[in-house]
Ligand binder design. Sequence first.
Ligand SMILES: Nc1ncnc2c1ncn2[C@@H]1O[C@H](COP(=O)(O)OP(=O)(O)OP(=O)(O)O)[C@@H](O)[C@H]1O
Length: 312
Amino acid sequence: MHLIEAHKLHKEFKRHTVVNDISFEIRKGEILGLLGPNGAGKSTTISMIASLLKPTKGEIFYEGDSVIEKPDTIRSKLGYVPQEIALYPEFTALENLQFFAKVYNIPRKERKEKIHQALEYVGLVDRAKSKVNEFSGGMKRRLNIASALIHGPDFLIMDEPTVGIDPQSRNHILEMVKELNKKGMSVLYTTHYMEEVEAICDRILILDHGHIIAEGTKEELIQLIQHQDHIEMKVETRDERFEKELMELVAVELIEFIEDAYMLSVKKQADVLPDIFRLAKEYQVHIYHIQVKKPRLEDVFLHLTGRSLRDE
Ligand SMILES: Nc1ncnc2c1ncn2[C@@H]1O[C@H](COP(=O)(O)OP(=O)(O)OP(=O)(O)O)[C@@H](O)[C@H]1O
């Protein structure tokens, strides 16, 4: 039996399908990454798992118990970190956690220790007495996570916990998730940052338009595109005619333009570089850096959907 088993989970809002008959499991002790662009259905899926939203159809089991019929079973074991910050800005970090400790009915004599432990996890012990409205966005996010850990959950769901925060807080959160996982916490981690799932997740589900379009370990997913090479080509200016001609080349399967570079997926070991340079000369596109890259998860998403995650 897995920690979570979701069978044909389906959610419609006013007849608009947002999650479309998806089935998956979350295994005990793993960090499962739920990856997808904005609007893919990630928040809706995790809200159903957390028993905050009823599916239109389908079933979810937590350790064998129906989450729909017995929501309390999962609620007492779950730490849920929503996207929005849910804290009292006029209170100190400590006062906020004292409030959550009461909400979770943590016995008075255990509160001090549990609060200290949660602050330690998120690296805010020395800011316990500061008011939340003096915190940076990243520190607020970390305190938000602390409030979800205070009752000692076995299973943590995090909804895009690193959106819009500084790199230091981001690293802290990623390290913390790994640390909690080592101590036995199962984690469902949603994000649209490919680098994050690559860094911390044991397995990955890729969600797009309410469908699971791929599932597996990072290595298994990369296997899906082993028949391709990936070329990154930095140019001074983007040129539509050049792009069109590149797409016409037999060996070229996909082209994306990200920031200042073309990312090309080409048939493995195709001798495509001479054609690229010929076209660049013809259209006077200045290529100042070109590199053949190892396939990454980003390329898997591109291969499966024809789009980049970042474009959404
Ligand atoms: N309560 C609601 N009523 C109507 N439509 C909704 C509701 N909640 C979500 N949606 C729609 O469902 C789709 C999926 O939303 P969801 O928030 O699950 O996606 P997401 O993958 O979490 O995206 P994001 O990264 O932007 O949070 C979106 O088109 C959204 O507008």
